[in-house]
Ligand binder design. Structure first.
Ligand code: NAD
Length: 460
């Protein structure tokens, strides 16, 4: 697709948006319900595509992709009428008498650029929020998950007219061409590095933008929780989707005296989940492509591997791997890992934790395994992060009542459920005045002294 085709596409969306055909709440609900029916019909095709792209086990595809999308549709069909209704707010006494209220308007056409790691739900969940809020969407899925991309085109084409929802396939070049056009909103999910490119492009037109980015999510373990269950949850969160999860525990920070027992428990849990050879397990995925595989391979150089490290480039298999105390200046610590490598760091005091978290600040997720309330509260109060889970990993993502997003390097803005509604709507504050009362002092010629005015203001 070249730049004139992109401009034409945007114009088609503009024209459609101006017809308001997608605006009535009952039309939005009707289309959401239609979408759900088509999704249920195409469920197996979705799992096949995810298997082709990432060798995702069906259970993972169901729990971490398909179910999330259905839950988001249900959340909007149930609540959109209430969320979108005008809201009365109390008037300011300065404007007495007046009726004050809020109206919610969609932005127009939203450009969405999505990643490959959860290629179905990270495209569909924001898209559902955007269209349920009355916008139109141009989606550019990741070129690295082409099978899922095809299914997205098929499903969305069966439900929405093309000027309401369009899918543009292509790589970074196409994304850059799309970013040259003036959109009404940009929603981007991907790496922090590309997020900066998107933000710069958006600045050209002052386009409002949400950036859902990555980062290094710590997993702090103080040894007060049951070690086996702690290890099980860390292993699940880390090795789901072969570690290619934006909110996966990036590294473990364990109290020194519990390091050995935690490592033993983590290895036991890895083998319980995937056997002694994860390559033979039906429940262990693969790395998305060779470029990412090579990045992970390079991450292992000069590191102390205490478990795993087995790889098979032909199959893009990268076994679950545990690393002991990587140097702070190595790529394993400096960059987001985004793969099945789990570094174990240790601490003795809260000051040691502070030193690490100051260096790797603003993670997308923050995990603490502890039964010590004071320890937990200190950590979650003193650190800034996208979202936290105490005594588990990843699960905050699944609750549509919670906003999902990052801060600083891990992103700007958050979504899911009502938070998507707020994100994709512009809130218009309206004041309707009456003529039966006026404070005469507000008009020139003004009173010589403001003391009487101050007294009146104090009374009202
Ligand atoms: P990526 O940034 O390489 O690509 C994401 C999208 O951006 C793709 O559609 C791609 O075509 C496009 N893109 C790539 N280069 C571009 C450029 N120069 N200009 C414009 N667009 C460009 O990210 P990825 O490899 O697909 O995903 C991995 C990253 O995404 C990780 O850092 C991960 O943490 C992050 N991520 C974040 C979330 C979240 O919800 N916060 C979710 C998933 C992944």
């Amino acid at each position: 697709m070249n730049s004139s085709m992109i401009t034409k596409l945007k114009e088609e969306h503009n024209r459609f948006f101006k017809t308001h055909k997608n605006q009535p709440i009952k039309v939005r609900i009707q289309y959401l319900k239609k979408l759900k029916i088509v999704l249920e019909d195409k469920e197996l095709e979705i799992y096949d595509a995810l298997y082709e792209d990432l060798k995702k086990p069906v259970f993972e595809s169901f729990a971490s992709e398909f179910l999330m999308v259905l839950k988001e549709i249900d959340s909007f069909t149930k609540n959109i009428k209430e969320w979108a209704a005008p809201k009365k707010v109390s008037g300011s006494l300065l404007n007495f008498p007046s009726q004050d209220f809020l109206l919610y308007e969609p932005y127009g056409t939203i450009l969405m650029i999505s990643p490959w790691n959860y290629p179905f739900q990270l495209a569909m969940v924001p898209l559902i929020g955007a269209i349920a809020t009355g916008n139109t969407v141009v989606l550019k899925p990741s070129e690295s998950a082409p099978n899922t991309s095809k299914v997205l085109i098929e499903i969305l084409g069966l439900v929405f007219p093309q000027e309401w929802v369009s899918v543009v396939e292509g790589d970074a070049k196409i994304a850059q061409a799309l970013l040259k056009v003036q959109w009404d909103y940009i929603f981007y999910t991907g790496s922090t590095q590309v997020g900066k490119i998107v933000a710069k492009a958006a600045a050209e037109y002052l386009t409002p933008t949400t950036l859902e980015l990555g980062g290094k999510s710590p997993c702090i373990v103080d040894g007060t929780t049951p070690i086996e269950k702690t290890a099980r949850r860390i292993v699940w969160g880390k090795f789901l989707n072969c570690g290619q999860t934006c909110i996966a525990p990036d590294y473990v920070l364990v109290k020194s005296e519990f390091k050995t027992s935690l490592i033993t428990a983590i290895i036991e849990e890895i083998e319980k989940a995937f056997g002694k050879n994860a390559q033979k397990s039906d429940d262990y995925g693969r790395i998305i492509h060779e470029k990412h595989f090579k990045k992970l391979e390079a991450d292992l150089k000069n590191q102390k591997i205490i478990y795993g490290g087995s790889i098979d480039k032909k199959e893009l298999y990268f076994g679950p791997t545990v690393i002991d105390s990587p140097p702070m200046n190595s790529s394993l610590i400096q960059d987001e890992i985004f793969g099945p490598i789990l570094p174990i760091l240790t601490y003795d005091t809260i000051n040691d934790i502070d030193i690490v978290l100051t260096q790797l600040k603003n993670p997308l997720a923050f995990y603490v395994f502890s039964e010590n309330k004071k320890f937990i509260n200190t950590l979650i109060k003193n650190n800034s992060f996208g979202g936290a889970v105490i005594n588990d990993a990843l699960v905050h993502f699944t609750n549509t009542e919670l906003p999902f997003g990052g801060i600083g390097n891990s992103g700007i803005g958050s979504y899911h459920g009502k938070y998507s509604f707020d994100l994709f709507s512009h809130t218009k504050p309206i004041v309707k005045r009456s003529f039966w009362f006026d404070l005469p002092q507000r008009y020139a010629p003004y009173p010589k002294s403001i003391s009487l005015f101050k007294k009146i203001l104090k009374r009202i």
